[in-house]
Unconditional design. Structure first.
Length: 119
């Protein structure tokens, strides 16, 4: 009888443990619970400077700047709700991009991120 109790308790605790781990992993895999945001080019291989901001954080207000050789050429503000992605189109003439490094900086209340392209 003692062996049956040990086996039953072991199986019971294994089931509880697997259930807890499953729920914890499901919660951790949801990107909206991570409080992060991402910045990337819409098409990194093209000559276009269009970029996207993907928001999975509680902050919704972002300020962006486009700098050509450390001179700010364009800037703006954008509101992006939790879980959404916003594409920002940037139009700069090809003559202004020739042999220059274009840096795009995006800032929210806590952090600044940058991406760049060399032309």
């Amino acid at each position: 009888m003692n062996n049956k109790t040990i086996i039953f308790c072991t199986i019971f605790f294994l089931i509880i443990s697997f259930g807890f781990l499953s729920l914890t992993e499901k919660k951790a895999s949801d990107i909206n619970n991570q409080n992060i945001w991402m910045l990337y080019f819409d098409n990194p291989q093209s000559n276009l400077l269009d970029f996207k901001i993907e928001n999975h954080s509680t902050d919704t207000s972002f300020h962006w700047q486009v700098a050509t050789d450390k001179t700010i050429t364009k800037e703006g503000d954008v509101l992006i709700p939790l879980g959404e992605t916003k594409k920002i189109p940037i139009l700069i003439p090809d003559s202004d991009k020739l042999n220059k490094k274009i840096i795009i900086s995006v800032t929210n209340e806590k952090k600044t991120k940058e991406i760049y392209k060399n032309f």
